[in-house]
Write a new protein. Structure first.
Length: 731
């Protein structure tokens, strides 16, 4: 019996034993974890996946040997004994060396029990995520321009004692600002003015329960809900008080002058008070406020009233140990149920854990939030929304500058100072990650939202869902976490992250197979990729319908427009066969848009018949790529054809029932109008085109949505281009 046949006949345990004994260095094809069998015709890619993983394994171990790195045989046998772990370690990065060493480094710090038996998927998530992180003296990341591991940035696999998780304490060391054994400096005097000043009276808002009342029998009546009340209290003077008060600034200036310091504040009266816009509209005043903020902030840091800098981010091992400790927290059964703990399974497949592994919040910051959750169940995912002043960092910071145990950038500072959508999204995503839920901030047009992975314990299914949405749905949401499934990383739209959750649901092993396919594909010659792109995509989606890494690569290598368009039809046919749920429409639309973007990047057909056929296919597929449509219209009928076709598109839009349902259809068409206008080089021609487009809207310039009348966004855009009056104000 030859080696491949022998391997397929062996159990995982037997294979691990053979590998440990040094008999072989290959593993069997994975058996699906609840997924349907791969479609017929995937045998060739079975072999390619095995070959790629085997070759990557050999190359990686050769690199270890060349660097004098010796890894334990039982560690390598454990990886080889599990086909999915083996493929994840060796097959999901072009250079697997940092992944392999990262996993071993975690094992040295945390022990084999935790890494190999209890939380192997979490360990994989940390090792793979960390392989993308910036490290080393140059902070240039693991990868150079070619994606190879930087030699001075590899994880440490040297012998050391096991990690003992320790939460750093408050780093502040208060300096005696009245010291007699040294001359006092400027910062001493700044702090002394604040701390030696008499307490001041301020108004604060607090929640109070109504007073107790009793019935005739002396039994206390229900007290009702807490209400917000304002009260006056005495407290110590802080920097923010001085910046907000002209009288206190005068006191401060006199005090500093009397102590030989040439310092003068002139921040006006209430420039940083709630809803003040004085400094927002007065550049010189803002500069003076910013200088005052820097003066006090520097003194607070220098004298130990605030940390000198933000705490260091934890190592992967420290971060993983912290999450595992919390996962094992000994809550009483009733508290565990009330807290809905754990919020997310840490033994979930690693692709859905990467957002969690990417969390770099210092442990001290995390720990304070965690302890509040443990003690009271507090899990605040939204802070104080403060409006326009948040757009000026120094102004926002000056409003509440005071001694504080955490630095700027911390979630605690976000809670203290407040902010707008970016702060709220960060508070939400950071809190979710502290509670063990993979989450990230995400961008929307003019807004910052958040997204998170979700697990339904009843169905065993994962999904990626959004939160704090404001200016649209999933279709306009771009996740800020890296989409680290294509060896490049970087940000991608929400749907990319959703396909990760859906792909894991469809089958962990098949999903990881498609990631290995992508690595193998990228290593192939460009001419071969162009030739086999359609087959490659078919192979990928036959294994797992959510093989976005494969689909994206295949479309990117389509050799001509006809091939790219054909891929859309083939993809849709495959999705029909897979019986995708109706809510996966955005997935289909995204694949269509990727293909049409590829068409736009390729040379246009030279033959008019081919150009007409292409336009017919694009129209049939619902093309929304405005520049591409404009190019096709011009290619077939010149500039007159472009004008005629864009006017026809406006007429079709006006006839669509979607126009009066919500703003999305109108905003999308307005976006197309902007894109078409940009394809017209001459200003006069743009204005004339816009005027012709506006004729199609005569008598239909306004929309009525939810009882509110507004100018159609497309009309507003066309009027702006044409230089016409804006007309009715938009809602």
């Amino acid at each position: 019996m030859n080696a491949p046949r022998l391997l397929r006949a062996c159990s995982v345990v037997a294979v691990a034993s053979l590998v440990a004994a040094g008999w072989m260095a290959v593993a069997p094809r994975p058996v699906a974890w609840g997924a349907a069998p791969a479609a017929a015709g995937t045998g060739a890619w079975d072999s390619r996946i095995d070959q790629h993983v085997n070759a990557a394994r050999k190359r990686t171990l050769d690199a270890c040997a060349a660097k004098g790195i010796k890894l334990p045989s039982d560690f390598l046998a454990w990886i080889d004994g599990d086909p999915v772990i083996r493929a994840s370690v060796y097959g999901c990065r072009r250079d697997p060396l940092p992944v392999l060493l990262g996993l071993r480094s975690l094992e040295i710090d945390l022990g084999t029990q935790m890494v190999r038996k209890e939380y192997p998927q979490l360990a994989l998530a940390f090792a793979i995520q960390d392989s993308y992180m910036k490290r080393g003296p140059k902070a240039g990341g693991w990868n150079d321009a070619d994606g190879a591991a930087a030699p001075d940035a590899l994880p440490d696999v040297g012998p050391r004692k096991p990690l003992v998780l320790a939460i750093p304490g408050d780093p502040r060391v208060a300096v005696d600002t009245h010291a007699k054994d040294r001359p006092l400096d400027r910062d001493d005097h700044v702090v002394n003015f604040l701390e030696d000043h008499a307490p001041i009276e301020v108004e604060v808002t607090a929640e109070e329960l109504p007073p107790l009342e009793y019935d005739d029998k002396g039994v206390a009546k229900p007290r009702g809900k807490a209400v917000q009340v304002k009260r006056k209290v005495m407290r110590a003077l802080v920097a923010a008080d001085v910046i907000a008060s002209r009288a206190l600034q005068a006191e401060f200036n006199a005090y500093m002058q009397a102590h030989g310091q040439d310092v003068r504040l002139d921040c006006g009266e209430g420039a940083v008070k709630w809803n003040s816009t004085d400094a927002v509209h007065d550049a010189e005043l803002r500069k003076r406020v910013a200088a005052a903020h820097e003066l006090f902030h520097a003194a607070y840091r220098a004298k130990g009233r605030m940390p000198a800098e933000r705490d260091a981010a934890p190592t992967p091992a420290e971060s993983m140990a912290w999450f595992v400790r919390n996962d094992r927290w000994d809550f009483p059964a009733d508290v565990r149920a009330a807290r809905n703990w754990p919020r997310f399974p840490l033994n979930a497949p690693w692709p859905v854990l990467l957002m969690l592994a990417a969390d770099d919040q210092p442990l001290r910051e995390r720990e304070e939030i965690w302890r509040k959750f443990v003690d009271t169940g507090e899990a605040r995912t939204y802070g104080e929304y403060i409006g326009d002043i948040a757009q000026q960092f120094d102004m926002q910071s000056a409003r509440r500058l005071s001694p504080f145990g955490f630095s700027y950038g911390s979630i605690q500072m976000m809670w203290k100072d407040g902010g707008v959508c970016g702060t709220m999204g960060n508070i939400g995503a950071r809190t979710e990650r502290i509670l063990g839920v993979p989450a990230s901030t995400a961008g929307q047009p003019g807004h910052c939202a958040m997204v998170q992975m979700d697990f339904d314990a009843k169905t065993g299914r994962y999904r990626c869902k959004g939160g704090q949405y404001a200016t649209g749905g999933d279709e306009v949401t771009n996740v800020h976490a890296g989409w680290n499934y294509d060896d490049r990383g970087g940000r991608r739209p929400m749907i990319f992250h959703q396909t990760v959750a859906w792909g894991v649901d469809a089958g962990v092993d098949s999903f990881i197979d498609t990631l290995v396919m992508r690595r193998a594909w990228d290593a192939m010659p460009a001419d071969q990729r162009a030739k086999d792109a359609a087959k490659f995509m078919a192979e990928g989606v036959s294994r797992n319908p959510y093989a976005m890494a494969v689909v994206e690569a295949a479309i990117g290598d389509a050799p001509d427009p006809k091939a790219a368009v054909a891929m859309v039809d083939a993809f849709n046919a495959a999705m029909d066969k897979a019986k995708l749920p109706a809510d996966r429409k955005l997935y289909r639309d995204t694949v269509r848009d990727l293909a049409h973007a590829r068409v736009a990047a390729l040379p246009a057909p030279a033959d008019s018949k081919d150009a007409s056929a292409l336009l017919a296919d694009l129209t049939r597929q619902g093309c929304t790529n405005a520049p591409l449509l404009a190019r096709c219209w011009r290619g077939i009928s010149g500039e007159d054809g472009f004008v005629e076709s864009s006017v026809k598109a406006a007429q079709d839009y006006l006839a669509s029932p979607d126009r009066t349902k919500d703003r999305k259809a109108s905003d999308r068409f307005a976006g197309q109008v902007r894109a078409w206008a940009k394809t017209i080089k001459e200003k006069a021609a743009r204005e004339m085109w816009a005027s012709q487009m506006l004729k199609a809207f005569e008598g239909k310039e306004e929309l009525q949505l939810r009882g509110k009348k507004l100018v159609d966004p497309a009309v507003a855009e066309l009027r702006k281009i044409a230089g016409a009056p804006k007309g009715t104000k938009q809602a």
